[in-house]
Write a protein that binds this ligand. Structure first.
Ligand SMILES: [Zn+2]
Length: 261
């Protein structure tokens, strides 16, 4: 039997990064397509946190329905399980990892879980029939404040969420940012240490750094890029940039990564 040969630390799903827990279950472009696809059944767009543990903690806050938190929680563990299974099938059985097939498995498993836990055959059937958005999303969800949800840019545009953070004001500070397309794919991220500064200057430098990075890539010259910095209020929609900035304030050595442009 043919077994896929991968370097021990290379992610077998995307083969473009090392296989850490945070990468495999969250940042991997393959895994993130499964997450985004499953969230879009519910009309939810979001972006990955820096760490899987923050993603777990924030998951409940993304649920679009007050009455369907149970299904939403099962969805989380089902996606994690399905990614792990696809990874193992690829590595040990040479089975191609197929995103839409994996999403079908997620749907089936969530529905099956509901059926076997006596939550009503109607629910199970509804989920199997892909009617999730109609049945599981609160009617006023779209009109509600979406402070915890990342709003993607439209069509071909790109969105650069940036932030600056200082521990104390002034204090040890850092900047962070993440550039994504309308599908939520990460095209660039940065997390840099600034030294002793106040938070206002850290925020200005975060914008400056994002502009420098955009200008450094000729392939971005004809793209429309919106820069977003939240000065006040809940940072939910900017939470990834916020966590990169906070990590920057404690960082030794800069982190700048580019995705496929
Ligand atoms: Zn990967």
């Amino acid at each position: 039997m043919y077994i896929v040969q991968v370097a021990e630390t290379e992610c077998p799903l995307c083969r473009s990064s090392s296989e850490t827990v945070d990468h495999l279950f969250l940042h991997c472009s393959w895994s993130w397509e499964v997450w985004s696809g499953c969230m879009q059944w519910w009309g939810v767009n979001s972006c990955p946190n820096n760490l899987i543990k923050d993603w777990i903690e924030g998951w409940n806050g993304l649920c679009p329905s007050m009455n369907r938190k149970g299904v939403w929680n099962i969805l989380f563990f089902t996606v994690v399980w399905t990614i792990w299974e696809a990874r193992n099938d690829l590595v040990f059985k040479a089975k191609e990892a197929n995103i839409s097939l994996s999403m079908d498995w997620v749907k089936f498993r969530v529905a099956w879980w509901f059926k076997t836990h006596g939550c009503g055959s109607e629910d199970a059937l509804t989920l199997l029939l892909l009617d999730i958005k109609e049945r599981c999303v609160d009617k006023d969800h779209k009109n509600k404040s979406r402070s915890g949800v990342w709003d993607p840019p439209v069509d071909d545009e790109l969105l650069f969420n940036v932030d600056g953070a200082a521990k104390g004001n002034p204090g040890m500070s850092g900047v962070g940012g993440v550039l994504r397309d309308a599908r939520g794919r990460i095209l660039c991220l940065f997390s840099l240490f600034l030294g002793f500064r106040d938070s206002n200057s850290a925020e200005i430098l975060a914008i400056h750094k994002a502009c420098q990075l955009i200008a450094s890539k000729p392939s971005l010259a004809d793209r429309t890029v919106t820069l977003k910095l939240l000065l006040h209020g809940p940072r939910g929609s900017n939470s990834f940039a916020d966590s990169l900035a906070k990590a920057g304030s404690r960082r030794q050595g800069d982190r700048i990564e580019w995705g496929d442009l």
